[in-house]
Design a protein around this ligand. Structure first.
Ligand SMILES: *Cc1c(COP(=O)(O)O)cnc(C)c1O
Length: 497
């Protein structure tokens, strides 16, 4: 397996290990497989595998430069007791019609753990493979969940330094508490004025700043990324699509080989792209339902072929999806542009300059795998209530976006295909919204008191990752202007002499 940049020459190739370490290509592009693996697997045989085994199988398809032993150790370390459930990913069986793939049983209660528990393992092994002597500085822009999950994954990992930037006022109270409570000698978390798009574009810019990279190099360090721009984060996410499919076959809910839909709450387009990759290598998926909140730039893109981020930015109750520039869409564009890097470069330049681009009819015709829709704040609350009333099942606002969009799509289109809603976060991460939606009462309590209040309502066991928040002391918030991000980074990289 080899990788190349979406904006680079086809002949410039890297191994998986090198791509994981680099994170982002120096030309600003994202790494993608030169050729997709065409694994010869029998779906029926995969159904019997544990989550760890499925993850290992998928990783081996894409990262064949890692040894079996390295991958075995990686998945065992990543998917162990830090998860609340032995099965790692739970698939519910709900009366209301759709299944929910619960990806939030990891230490930080969002799906980001599935990738960010294993990424540090992959990076540590990649350092070995590449015989790298440099210290790795992991730059992360977060819309709320990646930050905590990457700090949790990389805490005290030798040779790494993690710096997380999040938008000031742009994350939920529990997300903020989680970020400020992470313990580790190599972690730093800083709020930046502006929204997530600003933080992410600054991170990209700093990443590709030659002079700044030289400064880091002189200190014996180099950048990598824990955002889904890193291919090492994307590939592990393919595993849960395969695993969930197998679980449904095992339970007799679907027959082996039957095509199903997945509805994915989408922000940076990473999670849903992993589903698209799963389909590309042979998993029977019919439609990928791309669900957005009020920041519905992707809904419009799939409907019209025009991507236009010149629009109001909304702070919503599903903050991890408050994004107008979805990085990973570039990987999809690359595929539907028949791997024409010049075309990708041109589209990305238009996005940079005018905030807008339009794809050709030929490209648009290749988007049949997707259905797109959005849910506003009212629709999200109504969906949380509907699912709770019909099933006694509480979903978080992000999951509710996908659930709502899927539900309305099914009613309108009559599509009866079995559908899995991707449940990306625990309701306890957003207790204020969930409590208000279910009870119809306005919220007076926020953060941990709201957690307690929701817990009294739901009468279930609090996840360990929330429980521990009651016991730790959190740091004070540091807020900076975007212009001060570089200075903050340099300060946190110890000088070797
Ligand atoms: C990150 C996140 C999303 C969006 O996922 P993308 O891969 O960025 O599209 C959705 N829900 C939750 C809870 C998240 O943390």
């Amino acid at each position: 397996m080899e990788y190349r940049s979406t904006r680079g020459n086809r002949k410039q190739r890297l191994t998986g290990a090198a791509a994981v370490l680099q994170g982002l290509a120096p030309d600003g592009g994202l790494y993608v497989p030169v050729k997709f693996p065409q694994p010869e697997f029998k779906l029926g045989e995969m159904n019997g595998l544990s989550y760890q085994q499925v993850a290992k199988t998928v990783l081996k398809w894409f990262f064949d430069d890692f040894s079996d032993d390295q991958l075995d150790r990686s998945v065992l370390a990543a998917y162990g007791e830090q998860f609340d459930r032995a099965e790692i990913v739970s698939v519910t069986n709900n009366k209301a019609g759709n299944y929910y793939m619960e990806l939030f049983h990891g230490p930080t209660l969002a799906f980001k753990d599935l990738a960010l528990q294993v990424l540090p393992q992959l990076m540590t092994n990649a350092v070995e493979i590449q015989q790298l002597k440099q210290q790795i500085v992991i730059l992360t822009a977060t819309s709320g969940d990646t930050g905590t999950a990457s700090m949790r994954g990389f805490r005290n990992v030798t040779g790494t330094q993690v710096i997380v930037f999040y938008p000031e006022g742009g994350v939920s109270p529990v997300q903020l508490k989680q970020m400020l409570s992470q313990q580790g000698d190599n972690l730093q978390v800083v709020a930046v004025k502006g929204n997530f798009d600003k933080a992410q574009s600054m991170v990209k810019q700093i990443f590709n700043d030659r002079e700044f990279n030289q400064q880091l190099h002189d200190r014996g360090a180099q950048f990598s990324s824990a955002n889904s721009m890193n291919i090492g984060r994307l590939i592990p996410q393919i595993a849960y699509y395969f695993y969930t499919y197998g679980q449904l076959v095992n339970r007799g809910e679907i027959s082996n080989g039957e095509a199903i839909n997945f509805a994915v709450p989408t922000g940076n387009f990473g999670d849903i792209l992993a589903g698209y990759y799963a389909k590309k290598i042979g998993l029977p998926i019919k439609k990928l339902i791309c669900a957005s909140n009020q920041n519905n730039v992707l809904t419009d893109f799939f409907k019209t072929g025009v991507y236009d981020r010149n629009r109001p930015f909304y702070l919503t109750n599903s903050p991890s999806m408050d994004i107008l520039v979805s990085s990973n869409l570039e990987r999809l564009l690359f595929m539907i542009a028949d791997e024409d890097e010049q075309l990708v470069i041109s589209l990305m330049e238009q996005l940079q300059q005018s905030g807008k681009y339009e794809i050709s009819t030929a490209m648009k015709n290749q988007l049949d795998d997707f259905v797109a829709g959005s849910a506003n704040e009212d629709e999200i609350s109504q969906e949380i209530k509907r699912v709770f009333d019909e099933d006694g099942y509480a979903i978080d606002p992000h999951t509710a976006v996908a659930s709502s969009v899927a539900h309305r799509y099914q009613q309108k289109s009559g599509d009866k295909t079995p559908t899995v809603v991707v449940a990306t976060a625990s309701p306890y991460k957003f207790p204020e919204t969930v409590f208000a939606a279910i009870t119809g009462k306005s919220v007076k309590q926020v953060g941990l008191s709201a957690v307690t209040q929701l817990n009294e309502l739901l009468q279930d066991k609090l996840p360990a990752g929330i429980q521990e928040l009651f016991e730790v002391e959190s740091k004070k918030e540091t807020v900076i202007e975007p212009e001060r991000m570089e200075e903050t980074i340099i300060k946190s990289v110890p000088n070797r002499d």
